[in-house]
Ligand binder design. Structure first.
Ligand SMILES: [Zn+2]
Length: 242
């Protein structure tokens, strides 16, 4: 496995700490690295001088041949990186380099997204369906928890069930069960687009993507005078934690 060296300045004592991290993780060759990503171990380091915990967020190409999953982690950790982030350039570079058919090819910019994509694939789910499900549940969540802001929503497997974890601005997280019938109705209704993202197209499948799809479909509905199917499931809380 090819490692790249990075130098991080310890914010506590100012020491330059040299760390080495893989630029490419091939899950079949290095299965332990999948665990290191999922536990977060890969992104943590300690300053050898003062013991301060350091965050190591480096570019990783994550490849799981069995699951036909390719994730390009291109971290954005500062406003400057956000300004210079050029998705089109990343996409065309990937398209020039990786040509295997029927892959899920994703570009992600945060550690949480990277972990989430791996978990979604682990349980055989479609990440496009999950992103749309977040909107469906967000809608009823805000009605039920009036006044509670939602900071982030991530997929998680809880108690052998598929769930969405809502990180709220009251400091609590709330786990909401994804009802299998909701999942399958999204899968059916959005079948064209959720299947297309598994055909080796390079995509960022996140909130913006889901919003575009939902808008496009509701426009189609209004043009066809069709009824928008009622996707208003019951909200099932799995647990509430502090
Ligand atoms: Zn230090």
């Amino acid at each position: 496995m090819e490692n790249k060296k990075y130098t991080i300045k310890c914010p506590e004592c100012g020491t330059d700490v040299e760390v080495s991290r893989p630029a490419v993780i091939n899950v079949q060759n290095d299965p332990e690295y999948k665990i290191k990503v999922l536990t977060g171990e890969l992104f943590n380091e300690k300053c050898p001088k003062c013991g301060q915990g350091l965050q190591v967020v480096s570019r990783i190409t994550y490849h799981d041949m069995d699951k036909r999953l390719m994730i390009y982690f291109r971290p954005i950790t500062s406003q400057d990186e956000l300004k210079t982030f050029d998705y089109e350039a990343i996409r065309s570079a990937i398209e020039d380099n990786f040509k295997a058919p029927n892959y899920a090819i994703r570009v992600v910019t945060t550690v949480n997204e990277l972990m989430e994509k791996i978990k979604i694939a682990e349980f055989g789910l479609n990440d496009g369906v999950i992103e749309i499900a977040k909107f469906v549940y967000f809608d009823i969540f805000t009605k039920q928890f009036d006044g509670v802001g939602v900071v982030n929503i991530y997929y998680e497997r809880r108690d052998d069930k598929d769930a969405l974890i809502f990180f709220c601005n009251d400091g609590k997280t709330r786990s909401i069960l994804i009802a299998p019938e909701v999942y399958s109705s999204i899968e059916k209704r959005f079948s064209a687009v959720v299947n297309a993202i598994y055909t080796s197209r390079v995509c960022m499948v996140g909130r913006d993507w889901a919003l575009r799809m939902i808008k496009a479909y509701s426009k189609l509905d209004s043009e066809n005078n069709g009824e928008t199917p009622d996707l208003k499931p019951e909200l099932k809380l799995l647990e509430s934690e502090n």
